[in-house]
Design a protein around this ligand. Structure first.
Ligand code: ZN
Length: 430
């Protein structure tokens, strides 16, 4: 299916051999050219010659966001300054701004990766891609644009915001593909609805990038914009930027570009691989990134690997959508619990609203107890509370392997905030 930007390996069996070559290159490149990496590798008593199989990946030390901010302004730099042709910066929601350097090859690889996203989404030279994400220091705008131009589509670099201009371009430029964040997609979809112009649009696809999405948001965007296909692109500035994978049209997870990076999914506590299908932290090792290579970079994002062959026939492996941050993890009776898992479980149950609160406390018997407060769905009456609560505790037990008491509360009574709502209240004292 992927003709111009296919995987660089020919079968699932040949992937690890392909990755090993890239891993050996990365370790040797970082060891030779970055004092930071050389120091870390020496501390771990690993030299490039020690990397003989993919199992040796486990011998390598981890890198973290604080290594990036401590190395400001050019953390992990592994090339001569004159080979750096561009920098990008992450938004820096936590702590100091992170700056990432790119060589000519890094920029080229990134554009190829993003072009693969478009190709997999069926975007062609006939398409017109309206890009309404941030430009500048952010990686989003330039990523969407370089990929679109590489595939031969027409870019409309509209940038974020300004719904007037967005609507005018949608009509006048006969835009067929929209590249945006989920929240921008939602705003624009509501504006199109308000203006009653849905029938005049040529839009066929929406590609969402660089923000967590919910199924409800995607459903609204599809409905109000009248598009059938919505794709999701994961994005991490440290790992080039958006365009390192794409959700499958069979809704079976996100294919990720394993020929450009190794993805490990590890238990954030033990840093050992989780069992197949279990949730863990996404840890990245790049295979050909020159300026700022990543060796076992802990992203703090959580997901699970999706096993088996995909219906679409693509041999690139898959991971699930991002299910939260490992910083939010709590350990309850020896089991790791993530707010995103509770969210995911509740979203599949009828009769419950989207808000919940998990309260964990240690009682006099010395044991820990969890109470889940859940809002009743807006259209539901109190009479069903008992039945709904029993379904919830059953599903939580099945999906999270923990027992909890469930209390259903009226719709609209749990706290909400625009940013991150605190959904887990851990009242235990350690
Ligand atoms: Zn697929």
């Amino acid at each position: 299916m992927l003709k111009k930007f296919p995987p660089k390996y020919i079968s699932p069996e040949s992937l690890s051999g392909y990755q090993l070559k890239g891993l050996q290159w990365t370790v040797s490149h970082a060891y030779r050219n970055s004092p930071f990496y050389r120091g870390r590798l020496e501390e771990a008593k690993v030299t490039p010659a020690d990397i003989r199989s993919m199992d040796d990946l486990r011998r390598l030390p981890f890198t973290t966001a604080s290594d990036l901010s401590e190395g400001y302004p050019f953390p992990l730099l592994s090339v001569d300054m004159k080979d750096v042709v561009r920098i990008h910066s992450s938004s820096g929601t936590t702590g100091k701004r992170k700056i990432l350097g790119y060589t000519q090859k890094d920029i080229g690889d990134w554009a190829t990766m993003f072009a693969r996203c478009y190709e997999m989404a069926g975007v062609t030279r006939e398409d017109r891609v309206q890009i309404c994400v941030g430009y500048g220091l952010w990686t989003a705008g330039t990523g969407f644009q370089a990929g679109a131009e590489k595939i031969g589509a027409m870019s409309i670099p509209a940038g974020p915001g300004n719904l007037d201009i967005q609507c005018a371009f949608l009509l006048d430029m006969k835009t067929t593909v929209l590249g945006c964040t989920a929240s921008m997609g939602l705003l624009l979809a509501e504006e199109v609805h308000r203006r009653g112009i849905r029938g005049l649009l040529n839009l066929k696809k929406v590609i969402l990038g660089a923000e967590r999405t919910s199924e409800a948001m995607i459903a609204t965007i599809k409905d109000l914009l009248g598009v059938k296909e919505v794709y999701d692109i994961p994005g991490l500035t440290e790992l080039y930027g958006p365009g390192t994978g794409l959700s499958c049209r069979h809704e079976s997870g996100i294919h990720y570009w394993a020929d450009y990076y190794i993805l490990e999914v590890l238990d954030p506590d033990t840093l050992k691989p989780v069992a197949p299908g279990e949730i863990g932290e996404m840890v990245y090792t790049t295979l050909g990134k020159e300026a700022t290579p990543l060796i076992r970079y802990r992203s703090r994002d959580l997901t699970r690997l999706v096993e088996g062959d995909c219906l679409c026939g693509c041999i690139l492996p898959r991971h699930d959508k991002i299910l939260g941050r490992s910083d939010d993890m709590i350990t309850f009776r020896g089991v790791n619990v993530y707010p995103g898992q509770i969210d995911e479980t509740l979203s599949k149950i009828d009769g419950v609203g989207s808000e919940f609160q998990a309260i964990i406390e240690r009682r006099e018997d010395g044991r820990d107890y969890m109470t889940l407060k859940i809002e009743r769905a807006a259209h539901m009456g109190e009479s069903a509370d008992e039945a709904v609560a029993s379904v919830v505790s059953g599903e939580v037990k099945r999906n999270l392997m923990v027992s909890c008491a469930v209390r259903i509360v009226p719709y609209g009574t749990l706290p909400r905030s625009e940013r991150k709502t605190k959904r887990v209240l851990d009242k235990r004292v350690f």
